[in-house]
Ligand binder design. Structure first.
Ligand SMILES: C[S@@+](CC[C@H](N)C(=O)[O-])C[C@H]1O[C@@H](n2cnc3c(N)ncnc32)[C@H](O)[C@@H]1O
Length: 296
């Protein structure tokens, strides 16, 4: 039996206390969770806010969307869930004629996607090289990227993802695929081992290579840039924009966007990071950074 039916809510929401604290905005209105995932943050927002507050949730992964829908069903018509990308928040809210009192983006992967989706996000299991978080939004699979990208594009993916020796590694992939196409995560793990002979750094290197491919397949940076640009227009005055990122490239984009946007006032000069206690309980929180800006 697929593990996705056994422990669907295993994902622990990151920086939950801080998110709830910073999302407190005067007056009733609409909260938006742009990355509903397993619905952990959404559920807590609904539990701790007024019965007159609504939650609009966006989740592009088909399975996660259904799991969250079930989990949040008890809140009835306080919840509206959309199986859509967070890049569509502005047009969706505009169509509904509402402004948001707070928007949350919790980027990256949920435990469900990583461990149970069977889409090749983890190097710990041998799975097909897919890595699409959403079948409807992602154009390419990781397998297509590895087997068909030319040298320049492959090198771009690796260097952007801060993979060491990106040029040489891209060349190595091109050579390897002449003999045998990349089919599973196991093939990629093997290539990383052969090329880097990484020893104790193996997990770290595998994580970086897998992450670089995942970012490309899902166009994560492009989507984040779009959202940073367009979401301020659907925040009401005094409304808050919260972004949790897990990668220095994402955090840099968020920091710059918050600082350079005349519609926003950054409320966090330095990002908020998890306490040692949170990291002890949930190692996934380790690299999380929360930034908040207010609509002026
Ligand atoms: C870290 S998880 C969110 C976990 C959630 N906050 C919770 O507590 O359960 C990130 C989620 O965002 C989703 N996601 C990533 N990019 C997205 C996008 N552009 N639009 C909608 N959902 C997206 C992923 O599919 C994943 O389920």
């Amino acid at each position: 039996m697929c593990r996705r039916n056994q422990q669907p809510f295993r994902h622990i929401p990151v920086l939950l206390k801080e998110v709830l604290e910073w999302m407190k905005v005067e007056g009733e209105g609409v909260f938006v969770d742009g990355t509903v995932g397993m619905g952990g943050h959404s559920e807590a927002i609904l539990e701790t806010t007024s019965a007159k507050d609504l939650l609009y949730g966006f989740e592009w992964n088909e399975d996660s969307f259904l799991i969250a829908k079930k989990r949040l069903a008890r809140f009835g018509d306080r919840v509206r869930l959309f199986n859509k990308s967070f890049t569509e928040i502005p047009e969706t809210l505009e169509k509904e004629g509402v402004l948001a009192k707070a928007v949350l983006l919790d980027l990256g992967l949920s435990s469900f996607l990583l461990e149970d989706s069977e889409r090749g996000f983890t190097f710990q299991k041998d799975e097909p090289l897919d890595m699409r978080m959403s079948y409807s939004y992602a154009r390419l699979t990781a397998k297509e990227v590895l087997n068909h990208y030319d040298f320049l594009n492959l090198e771009r993916v690796f260097s952007y993802g801060e993979v060491p020796a990106s040029k040489k590694f891209a060349k190595f992939i091109l050579e390897k695929r002449k003999n045998k196409t990349f089919e599973t995560t196991g093939d990629l793990v093997q290539a990383v081992r052969e090329f880097y002979r990484p020893g104790r750094r193996e997990k770290e290197l595998l994580a970086v290579v897998f992450q670089a491919l995942r970012i490309e397949v899902n166009q994560e940076m492009q989507n984040l840039e779009k959202a940073l640009q367009s979401i301020p227009q659907v925040l009401r005055k005094g409304g808050r924009f919260l972004v949790i990122s897990f990668h220095s490239l994402e955090d840099r984009l968020v920091k710059r966007a918050f600082k350079g946007d005349p519609r926003l006032k950054p409320l966090t000069r330095k990002p908020i990071v998890p306490s040692e206690e949170e990291i002890r309980k949930n190692s996934r929180a380790r690299s999380a950074k929360l930034r908040i800006a207010e609509r002026v």
